[in-house]
Design a protein around this ligand. Structure first.
Ligand code: NAI
Length: 517
């Protein structure tokens, strides 16, 4: 028997003149409070002016049937996620050395963490599940499919990945063996040469024909499963960076023309992004390469379709985006952050090639920029801690990635503080729940619209979903807007934006109700 998830469930109703529940939506009127800072031209003095902007939000409450198509479905992440969702859906338990283990969604912010709703009459905190602040899709209700350049069925892919415990593998194998990845697009130049023997499940033809083929795949999947919405997720190999070329991938029209011309700098991942946008399907890039070239973003804006990226923020970088923020906000000055990784899965094998390593190095590098930039007492303009990243392929450790980090910081009176971290974990068990969070949040954004006092019409949010930043190492944001890497800020943004959708003030930790005599 399979358990449906509780898609669309919310934990509470808001009682407020600013919130309206209709048959098919929740509408809120919301005052967004900010502080506008200016500098007096003659005295140079800063002036801060509290400002309010009135927003209205409308969230459609009917979730509908949602599909997730993963590119790289037969990889460690794709197969682990598929097996784990199936195990949750079927309520599967399995035997381990320590006893019986049941399927769960630990590691998913949406499925396994809570948000403070408010305080009760005794002033005690009341928490609700993150996914029940506004109606969201439940992973058990999602139809999964996708593409892989390797033809292995998902059961065999799960075995090859060597991630999940054997007894669990046994219980889901027969179902997963029925699932076969669609053929995909392979340009050998974009991933490591050592991946070539995997490539036995390919779409031939010209770039334009391949684009049309992928679009047809998305339409077929939608139709065959009776879906209202499909979300596309790149969890395939890390590619090298594509060169940014004027006239090729700089605008939507140039990019479409470059595909028609079969230009060699259009990568497989960019082709998938374009196919998704043209089908109105949100596309999220879970790998570090620059899939979302300017032409892709231009096209997404034009088509009012959503894109997000780059690179799942799972282990080392997640900790870095916590620790660097802690240090800098404590008035401690990181001088050097040195990160070593070794891993033995296929991702590690692919990253052992220089061009693919370089993509990863770039996405791991920018993660402390905003924290450093926020503190001009510690860092002069342009000053930056040393930041070094090393990744090595060590086959015998398999998917159990090791990350060693050293943070050397300057403290009081020229003293030094060294923090050393050793992190070991199944890589794919960290990354798979992020895929869940990404598709849940992305799906929600397809149902939300807003307007300000100046807007006549309801509008979707910007095509580039910066709200996904928490799950991503190198968040892509709308042109000319700030990138936030600090993990606590990223979570706060998500939590408070969801609260705004139901007309609730942002959470803060003032606890004034507990500070009175
Ligand atoms: P994997 O190597 O096990 O899986 C990738 C899959 O993509 C393979 O099955 C491969 O055959 C397939 N593939 C390659 N090119 C393709 C194409 N053009 N079309 C369709 N399929 C294609 O890798 P894993 O561990 O699942 O990771 C996937 C991606 O996620 C990698 O780029 C990795 O860097 C990224 N990532 C993983 C994290 C983690 O596992 N903790 C964290 C952050 C990012």
């Amino acid at each position: 028997s399979t358990a449906e998830g509780n898609s669309g469930a919310t934990a509470f109703k808001v009682e407020s003149p600013n919130v309206r529940y209709t048959d098919d939506s929740i509408e809120s009127s919301y005052s967004y409070d900010t502080t506008i800072v200016s500098r007096d031209a003659s005295s140079g003095q800063l002036k801060a002016k509290p400002t309010q902007v009135q927003y209205q939000f409308r969230t459609k409450t009917h979730v509908g049937r949602v599909g997730l198509m993963m590119v790289g479905w037969g990889g460690n992440n794709g197969s682990t996620l598929t097996a784990s969702i199936l195990a949750n859906k079927k309520g599967i338990s399995w035997e381990t050395r320590k006893g019986t283990q049941t399927a769960n969604y630990f590691g998913s912010l949406m499925m396994a963490s809570t948000v403070k709703l408010g305080v009760d009459e005794q002033l005690k905190d009341v928490y609700v599940p993150f996914n029940q602040v506004v109606p969201m899709v439940h992973p058990n209700d999602v139809v999964i499919g996708g593409w892989d350049i390797n033809s292995a069925n998902i059961g065999d892919a799960m075995r090859r990945a060597q991630v999940l415990p054997v007894d669990l593998q046994r219980r889901v194998y027969d179902d997963l063996a029925q699932l076969k990845p669609l053929p995909s697009v392979y340009y050998p130049d974009f991933i490591a040469a050592n991946q070539e023997e995997r490539a036995d499940n390919l779409i031939g033809g010209t770039k334009q024909e391949q684009l049309d083929h992928l679009r047809q795949d998305i339409r077929n999947f939608k139709q065959a499963n009776g879906l209202d919405r499909v979300i596309i997720m790149w969890t395939a190999n890390t590619e090298r960076y594509a060169d940014l070329l004027a006239g090729v991938n700089d605008t939507a029209d140039n990019l479409l023309q470059a595909i028609a011309d079969g230009h060699e700098e259009v990568s497989p991942s960019t082709l998938f992004a374009v196919a998704s946008i043209l089908e109105g399907a949100p596309f999220v890039n879970g790998s570090p390469q620059n899939t979302l070239v300017p032409g892709v973003i231009d096209l997404a804006e034009r088509e009012r379709s959503f894109v997000g990226g780059d690179d799942f923020k799972s282990g080392q970088t997640k900790i870095k985006s916590v620790l660097a923020e802690f240090l800098v906000n404590a008035g401690i000055k990181p001088l050097a952050i040195t990160s070593y990784n070794h891993l033995g899965n296929n991702d590690g094998h692919n990253l052992s090639a220089p061009a693919q390593f370089r993509s990863k190095e770039i996405s791991k590098s920018s993660v402390v920029d905003d924290m450093v930039g926020a503190n001009n007492l510690l860092y002069k303009k342009g000053e930056h801690p040393d930041h070094t990243i090393v990744i090595k392929y060590v086959p015998s450790v398999g998917d159990s990635k090791r990350a060693l980090d050293e943070y050397v910081s300057e403290i009081f009176m020229g003293g030094l503080n060294t923090i050393s971290i050793y992190n070991t974990c199944e890589d794919s068990l960290l990354a798979s729940p992020l895929i869940i969070d990404l598709f849940m949040m992305t799906e929600l954004m397809t149902r939300v619209s807003y307007r300000t006092a100046n807007d006549a019409d309801w509008m979707p949010f910007h095509s580039v979903l910066s709200i996904l930043s928490y799950m991503l190492k190198a968040p892509v944001v709308p042109p000319n807007t700030p990138v936030v890497n600090a993990l606590a800020k990223q979570r706060m943004a998500m939590e408070n934006i969801l609260r705004a959708f139901v007309g609730l003030a942002p959470n803060n930790e003032m606890l004034l109700e507990h500070k009175a005599f």
